[in-house]
Structures are given as structure tokens and as C-alpha cells.
Ligand binder design. Structure first.
Ligand SMILES: C[S@@+](CC[C@H](N)C(=O)[O-])C[C@H]1O[C@@H](n2cnc3c(N)ncnc32)[C@H](O)[C@@H]1O
Length: 351
């Protein structure tokens, strides 16, 4: 016997309960409450408030909400406990299970909804910078574990000739376009000793943060960052370029792709990593498709429309859309690469 689908009303109520879970995670993340429980152990409200410089009455309510939502446990002394498994989801910045930064991105996106109501009427855009630190830092922190654990050890090694070039002498030069806070740039440099990587991004606070992350990572001068529009790249000799989750945000991707083509050596590839959405619009969609449309209606489409001219791509950039951009930018070669990932699809563009 099949279970009937819940009514829309029931479904939205369940979603609202989940939204409050996300709000609680945002507070726990931003206030360092989870970090304190992970580092200094179980606590009651007074102890946790004392440790984190917060108000004990609010913390008591938050702790009870967290235990009610089965995010925290309560021990025999009545103290609240963060399990190791949940700390991996909520605290460890390099954990493959990390989800807490997603709540920062959602809060940033939802905070712009009143402006988006106006934008939907006028057709105006809303730039990435308008979503603030929660979006910028949340995006960087959310992708960081995948870059740290997969980019240099699985994704790039899956592209045999590129992996060989990056591992060979003379040391290759790589361009990381739309690098955000630079975790991908740093991961490439770490994976391939000797390789030099230039990260470039339009967003100045991202580049400032990227330089700080690189300094803290001790990569030295093998990574550099430039605050610039990638469409202005001019006549370099890179051995490879990569763009991760950024083509669909670009107001006008063709001039950017064209400039990258001009900055690459003749045989050098451009690897584009973007959303693994369906090949065509075919509702109802799965959770990945719903997730990507969620970002599109709140963030990426308004961001892409914040500069003129804009082709208004949105998060749901299907393979045929990128193929058309690649053609228009003069790339003769376009292929979807057989790299496994639930959220990202990998493309290779070449001359
Ligand atoms: C969604 S973020 C992705 C950042 C990073 N690649 C990551 O995966 O975390 C998209 C980035 O593309 C950058 N961007 C958009 N258009 C650009 C352009 N024309 N030149 C350089 N960067 C651009 C934005 O500033 C933003 O930091």
C-alpha cells in the first residue's frame, strides 16, 4: 500500500518546523554555542551563557529548543550535550558533513525578501554584496570541506591529462575565476606542490578574506588574489582555469569565458563546475532541483541581474545553456565530464 502524499498545508507546516530548526542552528553557530559545547563539554544555561558572553534566559530557551528538536541531548545532570556526530554537522569547518553555514546563506537570502518583492515588480537586480557577510562567509564555509577534501584529491585527478600537467614540471599556472574567499584556490595549491594559482573575484571583501585564509594556511606566494572582473583578463599564459559555482551568477558570462580563453595556453582546459540540475525543465523536480530553484528565486538570478547588460541566467543553468555560452565565447570543445557529485556537474571547455 502506498502512503498518500501529505497535503500542501501539512507539508508547509513541516517546512515551518524545519525553518525554526534552521533558525536555532543559525543562533548556535553565530553565537559560538555549539563550538563551546564541542570544545568545553556539556553545560547548563548559566554555564553556557557564562562561557559565551550571552544572556542566560535566552540560552535556556535555546537549549530547550535544541533538545526538543533532538539536536542536543540532555545528560543525567540536566546539562546539554552536543554529540560528536552533530558537532561534525555544526562545528568542524573542514567536516564533510558540515551544514551550519547553509543557515547563514538562508538567513542572508530571506533577509532580502522585502527588497526582492520590489525587484520582482521592477525587474531590478540585487548584487551579491547586498546579501552581506552571512551570504559571502556562508557560501565560502559551506563549500570549503568539498574543496579541501575533494577538489585536489578526486575532482582534478579525475581529469587525467590535467592532473598530469599539474603534477609535472615546469610548475603550472592555474586561474580560479569567481574564487570567493579562496578555499578552492588554496586547495589547488595544496594538492599540487609548485603550482601557482591566481584567484580572481569581483567582490572585494571576498578577496580580502581570501588573502587572510591563504596567509593563515601558510601557502606563501604560490597563491595570489586579484579583485577584478574576469572579463578584463588580458593575455596571460595559464595552463588551466577553473570556475566553481560562478558562471550562473555572472551578469554576462560570454565576455568572461572569452577573456579566459584568451588567457589560456592553446591546449589548456577551462573546467567549469556548476549546479547538477536536470537537463531540461521537467516538474516536479527532485530535492537538488528544488534547492537550486530556491537559490535562483532569492539570490542568484537577482545577483546576475545586478549588472548590465545581463543575460539573467539564474542558478538553474542547464548544460545546453552553458554549451551556448561556450560556443559564443569561441570554445571549440565542450564536454560534460564523468565526475561524480550529487550537487555539481563538471564541464570541460577547450579550444
Ligand atoms: C556563488 S559565489 C562562488 C564563490 C566560490 N567559487 C565558491 O564556490 O565558494 C560566485 C562568485 O562569483 C563572483 N563573480 C561573479 N561574476 C564575476 C566576474 N565577472 N568576475 C569575477 N568574479 C565574478 C562573485 O563575486 C562571487 O564571489
Amino acid at each position: 500500500m502506498t502512503t498518500p502524499a501529505p497535503s500542501l498545508g501539512d507539508r508547509l507546516f513541516t517546512d515551518a518546523v524545519g525553518a525554526f530548526d534552521l533558525a536555532g542552528v543559525y543562533l548556535g553557530d553565530r553565537l559560538g554555542l555549539y563550538a563551546s559545547l564541542a570544545t568545553d563539554g556539556p553545560a547548563d544555561a548559566d554555564e553556557l551563557a557564562d562561557r559565551t558572553g550571552t544572556d542566560a534566559r535566552y540560552i535556556r530557551e535555546w537549549l530547550e529548543q535544541q533538545a526538543t528538536a533532538s539536536i542536543l541531548d540532555v545528560d543525567a545532570t540536566g546539562r546539554f550535550v552536543l554529540s560528536d556526530a552533530h558537532a561534525a554537522v555544526l562545528v568542524d569547518p573542514e567536516s564533510p558533513d558540515l551544514m551550519a553555514p547553509l543557515t547563514r546563506m538562508l538567513v542572508a537570502a530571506f533577509g532580502r525578501l522585502p527588497e526582492l518583492v520590489d525587484a520582482y515588480r521592477s525587474g531590478a537586480g540585487l548584487g551579491w554584496e547586498r546579501y552581506g557577510a552571512d551570504m559571502r562567509e556562508g557560501q565560502a564555509a559551506f563549500n570549503r570541506p568539498a574543496f579541501t577534501h575533494l577538489l585536489g584529491t578526486e575532482w582534478l585527478p579525475a581529469i587525467a591529462d590535467l592532473h598530469e600537467r599539474l603534477s609535472a614540471e615546469p610548475a603550472a599556472r592555474v586561474l580560479d575565476v569567481g574564487c570567493g574567499e579562496g578555499w578552492s584556490t588554496i586547495a589547488i595549491a595544496r594538492a599540487y606542490p609548485g603550482v601557482r594559482v591566481l584567484g580572481i573575484d569581483l567582490d572585494e571583501p571576498s578577496i580580502v578574506a581570501a588573502r587572510e585564509h591563504a596567509a593563515a594556511a601558510g601557502i606563501g606566494d604560490r597563491v595570489e588574489f586579484s579583485h577584478a572582473d574576469a572579463a578584463t583578463l588580458d593575455g596571460e599564459d595559464f595552463d588551466a582555469a577553473i570556475i566553481i559555482e560562478a558562471v550562473h551568477d555572472m551578469a554576462n558570462p560570454v565576455p568572461v569565458l572569452s577573456a579566459i580563453r584568451g588567457a589560456l595556453r592553446p591546449e589548456a582546459p577551462l573546467i567549469v563546475v556548476d549546479e547538477r540540475v536536470a537537463e531540461s525543465f521537467s516538474p516536479p523536480g527532485d530535492e537538488v532541483e528544488r534547492f537550486m530553484y530556491g537559490w535562483s528565486i532569492t539570490t542568484c538570478l537577482p545577483d546576475g541581474r545586478s549588472r548590465t547588460p545581463s543575460v539573467a541566467t539564474g542558478t538553474v543553468m542547464r548544460p545546453d545553456t552553458l554549451r551556448a555560452y561556450a560556443d559564443d565565447a569561441g570554445f571549440a570543445r565542450f564536454e560534460v565530464l564523468p565526475v561524480e557529485n550529487d550537487f555539481f556537474r563538471f564541464y570541460r571547455l577547450g579550444s
